[in-house]
Design a protein around this ligand. Structure first.
Ligand SMILES: N[C@@H](CCC(=O)N[C@@H](CS)C(=O)NCC(=O)O)C(=O)O
Length: 202
């Protein structure tokens, strides 16, 4: 398998954490990809122009990150990261959607912030910032229910929190969210998280 990869993308990180947790990482060839480069060829693999995209051994290219993660989870026989059915599945998928949505808003905020006046919209930036804040508050409310489990929901939340720390350190999401901070401290110490910490390419 080949993974179109960026070291700063939290969605790519979600995929690589899943690959580590499922023991599949050694079956994946990493293909560094800068989707913002003028000459990027990412559109040949993913018409949406985004990473991650995973080329399977059968030659199909999968995207986006929830699809890739569920595909990887189907390839191993260990404990499943996507609960197969019932309430546990919906909870894990909802948590993944919440975490990915926090990232979507955070990335829109960041991209808008890099635009120059008069194109930059303060109202749009504030809308996205508020969505991230509400998402984090919702996670704080359910932090005590996260427990010691490892599902796609836990992985997605942890990758979102790590990215916020990476890109918006000054916002200090931990302030006023002690339960979430405590849960994250434990989850982020997992080898899969340690090995995939975001870093700006040199
Ligand atoms: N929903 C997608 C989001 C992927 C995404 O937005 N990736 C960013 C990098 S963090 C990207 O490639 N952006 C390029 C673009 O939006 O043109 C997923 O979960 O994979």
């Amino acid at each position: 398998m080949k993974l179109r990869y960026s070291p700063t993308s939290p969605y790519v990180r979600k995929v690589t954490v899943v690959a580590h947790e499922t023991g599949l990482i050694d079956r994946i060839e990493i293909v560094p990809t800068n989707v913002w480069a003028a000459d990027t060829d990412i559109g040949r693999d993913n018409p949406l122009g985004k990473v991650p995209a995973l080329a399977t051994d059968g030659g199909e290219v999968l995207f986006d990150s929830p699809v890739i993660c569920e595909y990887l989870d189907s390839l191993h026989t260990g404990a499943k990261l996507f609960p197969p059915a019932g309430g546990a599945r919906w909870t894990a998928l909802r948590r993944q959607a919440l975490a990915d949505g926090i990232l979507d808003a955070g990335i829109l905020r960041r991209l808008e912030s890099t635009r120059h006046e008069p194109e930059r919209s303060a109202a749009w930036i504030e809308r996205q910032r508020a969505a991230v804040e509400r998402g984090l508050n919702a996670l704080e409310d359910e932090a005590s229910a996260l427990g010691a489990g490892v599902t796609i929901g836990h992985i997605a939340i942890s990758c979102a929190l790590g990215w916020l720390e990476f890109r918006f350190a000054a916002d200090n999401w931990r302030a006023r969210r002690p339960a979430l901070a405590a849960w994250y401290a434990t989850f982020a110490s997992r080898p899969s998280m340690q090995k995939t910490a975001p870093k700006d390419p040199k």
